[in-house]
Design a protein around this ligand. Structure first.
Ligand SMILES: Nc1nc2c(c(=O)[nH]1)N[C@H]1C(S)=C(S)[C@@H](COP(=O)(O)OP(=O)(O)OC[C@H]3O[C@@H](n4cnc5c(=O)[nH]c(N)nc54)[C@H](O)[C@@H]3O)O[C@H]1N2
Ligand SMILES: Nc1nc2c(c(=O)[nH]1)N[C@H]1C(S)=C(S)[C@@H](COP(=O)(O)OP(=O)(O)OC[C@H]3O[C@@H](n4cnc5c(=O)[nH]c(N)nc54)[C@H](O)[C@@H]3O)O[C@H]1N2
Ligand code: SF4
Ligand SMILES: [Mo]
Length: 702
């Protein structure tokens, strides 16, 4: 994607704000105070290395989109929108919130924010108001929780060898991530390793992704079977004397009991569960067992299965058994979120402390919450008002039918602060226009790397668009809260956070645009000990210890968690009526629901389609490009079939997320996904769904 900027156009430095582990350092052509040209990846940033994805290279399409929201608007009950002033909007919101608080208590107000921007100041401002007013909390379960706790269960810390070291590996295992779609920079470094060291690239997924097409070895297993696969790999490592017994003795809790458990996990046993051949399993074990500098790059695919925490943990046991952590270019990585050492108090805390802290509601359960499910409401008051920022739950949240039913409630007051009239905004009472990243100041941490980057304001927003930070502070004034971040500008809030975190002065940091937070190589790669008190990796997880580290909540009986790493049969069961497994893996040109509005992305992704195995299609009398229905007890969705043999029989993949309205009947793919919390601590299992599939004309069953 990289080209030389033309010399006459000024180029400014920025950071991609989207929810992508790459968090690219950007160079943006600034054509005027209000106009941008091309966006490129910064060449001097070692991880970005001059490369960015197509969708952000074309950001001019998004920032200057004719449909950007420009003014506050109020809806009259139907779809008639009336322009109002910011003062009118803020006064009305403050009045309604105060009246609702008086009648139903502060917990009946639920601010709701997520991943539209990864800027800490913008995202955190919503939480500052929540904290100051003791509104209901948000338990963050969409996205990373399931996999994060699986990683913590082994290492005790979310860290790992710097992903730039991939370039020094002899073998790279890309497991449960599709970086060609979701974090293109990982491919830059993996391909460097192949070029420089002749490294092998292995991709483990549930279908033949665009990444697998570029790999040397592709392993297509059944969804949710990674734990069984990993256990069999460990069986072979022990059987064939490929395990590093010295490393395990020194740095893990490995012992005869686990060894005995693994005896039963033969490749033949795992072949049944994974749908792989025992030969594929043995070959993989032999490859990683004989290649010390093997780098396991785990992705969020793990976090989308009900048994994903245990699968992640089991996969993570492999580099510990081979001792890969000790070798340059070896080890494993999921996220660096344990390394920032940030003091975010000025962003997150406000007002005076409250006696009893408000309940925290599971964000994945927004459907059950809004439709009055007592358990989801923790037996507390109903939610009567919401302020929604940087998220589009009508599209992205599970159990969509319930989410939409909830938003249709006449007694629910909803404010949405957005860049576009999303399908969530369309259901709001008041919609407010939001800035984009080049129009406000913020900073960003890089989950897939080791830098914290500053993204300064470079241009004026269009119309009356205002930032989250500004909106929250204006609303806070009307609600009578002040102090800390409520009295600072967005830039001052960045500066104060950097100062409190010991990063140094913003003026200095702004010169380079980043702070390096990488741990010392031995610490990052745990090669001299893990982050549990005894310094040992856990093959037998201490889930209660993980819960405390993560600040998580048990959502199942702790007794159901298996004692050792391996297969955990916890996924949504298939039955005679629901014989298929559906996964909603990410589309290349959409980023969750962002970019569904831009012409370049729409052109690439076209209409929603389901990949289905040709033999399954034939049995169901479905031809390529036929309209089909996919359904289960939660509802049904209509889309196009695309015959594809790069997956196992019985598996259906819908690359997501299209707008709900892109489906002929307006029901988006999340209609089918469950919002029940995955064990042990919750999380929505977006790729773990039992469904039926039929030609569209046939009568559907539920
Ligand atoms: N283009 C694009 N980029 C994105 C996003 C997007 O929607 N589109 N989303 C952004 C966000 S919010 C995130 S969190 C990241 C996520 O990015 P990734 O880390 O890539 O994670 P996932 O999107 O969940 O899925 C990764 C892969 O896991 C596979 N998978 C599903 N179930 C299993 C399983 O049981 N086992 C194995 N081995 N594989 C499985 C899926 O088929 C998919 O190919 O990407 C970010 N970047
Ligand atoms: N079926 C299925 N569903 C999924 C997933 C999946 O893989 N499959 N992935 C899940 C994952 S991992 C995630 S993280 C979620 C993400 O889902 P969301 O959190 O909804 O993320 P986006 O769709 O990227 O962005 C939401 C909105 O934020 C707005 N926005 C961006 N910046 C700002 C800002 O500064 N201020 C304000 N007020 N608004 C802003 C954008 O215009 C956009 O409409 O989706 C989840 N949903
Ligand atoms: S690869 Fe990810 S971080 Fe980089 S520009 Fe694209 S969306 Fe942004
Ligand atoms: Mo995510």
């Amino acid at each position: 994607m990289s080209q030389k900027p033309s010399r006459s156009v000024p180029v400014v430095r920025s950071v991609c704000p989207h929810d992508c582990p790459s968090t690219c350092a950007l160079e943006v052509e600034l054509l005027s105070d209000t106009t941008i040209g091309r966006v490129r990846g910064a060449k001097d940033d070692p991880y970005t290395d001059g490369v960015i994805c197509e969708k952000v290279a074309r950001y001019a399409e998004r920032i200057h989109h004719p449909n950007r929201l420009l003014f506050p608007q109020r809806r009259d009950g139907k779809q008639n929108w009336q322009r109002i002033s910011w003062d009118e909007a803020l006064d009305e919101i403050a009045e309604r919130f105060m009246a609702i608080e008086t009648e139903f208590g502060s917990e009946s107000i639920w601010p709701y924010q997520y991943a539209g921007t990864m800027g800490h100041v913008m995202r955190g401002s919503t939480d500052r108001l929540r904290d100051a007013k003791n509104y209901s909390g948000q338990y963050h379960t969409i996205c990373s929780l399931i996999a994060s706790v699986g990683f913590l269960a082994g290492t005790g810390k979310l860290a790992g060898p710097n992903p730039e070291l991939v370039a020094h590996s002899d073998c790279i295992i890309i497991w449960g991530t599709n970086p060609v779609h979701t974090q293109v920079n990982l491919m830059t470094h993996a391909i460097k390793a192949r070029k420089n060291n002749g490294a092998k690239i292995v991709c483990i997924d549930i279908y033949e992704t665009a990444t697998m097409a570029q790999a040397d070895v592709g392993i297509i297993l059944r969804p949710g079977s990674d734990g069984a696969f990993a256990a069999a790999v460990m069986h072979v490592l022990l059987r064939d004397n490929l395990a590093d017994m010295d490393f395990m003795a020194k740095y893990s809790d490995f012992g005869p009991e686990f060894s005995e458990v693994l005896q039963k996990c033969t490749p033949e046993w795992a072949a049944e569960i994974t749908g792989l051949s025992d030969k594929e399993i043995v070959e993989f074990a032999t490859l990683v067992g004989t290649t010390p500098a093997t780098y396991f790059r785990f992705g969020y695919g793990f976090t989308r299965q009900r048994n994903g925490a245990t699968n992640m943990h089991a996969a993570l046991c492999i580099p510990t058994m081979t001792g890969a952590w000790q070798h340059k270019g070896g080890g494993a990585f999921f996220s660096n979120s344990g390394v920032w050492g940030l003091d975010k108090s000025v962003i997150l805390e406000g007002g005076v402390p409250h006696g009893k802290k408000a309940r925290s509601l599971d964000m994945s359960a927004i459907g059950p919450v809004l439709t009055g499910d007592p358990k989801a409401l923790k037996n507390g008051p109903p939610v009567k008002a919401m302020l929604i920022q940087n998220t589009n739950p009508a599209v992205v949240a599970p159990e969509q039918a319930l989410v939409r039913q909830g938003f249709e409630r006449k007694d629910l007051f909803v404010v949405v602060h957005e860049q576009f009239m999303t399908e969530t905004a369309e259901m709001a009472d008041i919609v407010l226009p939001a800035t984009m990243f080049l129009e406000h100041n913020d900073y960003y941490t890089r989950g897939g790397h080791s830098r914290v980057l500053f993204g300064p304001k470079h241009m004026d927003p269009p119309g009356e668009a205002r930032s989250n930070h500004w909106l929250i502070n204006q609303l806070a004034k009307r609600l009578g809260v002040t102090g800390g971040g409520f009295d600072l500008s967005d830039r001052e809030t960045v500066a104060e956070t950097f100062a409190r975190s010991g990063y140094g002065k913003l003026e200095e940091i702004a010169k380079t645009g980043f702070v390096e937070r990488g741990l010392a190589p031995e610490e990052a790669s745990f090669s001299t000990g893990f982050a549990w008190p005894d310094g040992k990796f856990r093959f037998a997880p201490d889930w209660e210890g993980v819960r405390k580290k993560q600040g998580a909540e048990w959502t199942c009986d702790p007794k159901i968690m298996p004692e050792f790493a391996g297969h955990f049969d916890a996924n949504e069961p298939n039955d005679a009526t629901h014989p298929f497994r559906l996964a909603t893996s990410p589309a290349r040109a959409f980023l969750n629901s962002s970019f569904t509005e831009t012409p370049g992305s729409q052109k690439r992704e076209k209409t929603p389609r389901a990949f289905i195995h040709p033999e399954d299609a034939e049995e169901l009398d479905i031809a390529d490009a036929d309209m089909i229905q996919i359904g289960n007890r939660r509802g049904q969705v209509t889309l196009k079939a695309q015959l594809f043999d790069g997956l196992q029989r019985g598996v259906v993949i819908v690359e997501s997320l299209h707008k709900n309205a892109a489906h002929p009947d307006g029901q988006g793919i999340n209609t089918l996904i469950g919002s029940d919390p995955a064990p042990p601590f919750g999380g929505a299992a977006f790729h773990d769904c039992a469904v039926w599939v039929k030609p569209a004309q046939a009568t559907a069953q539920t």
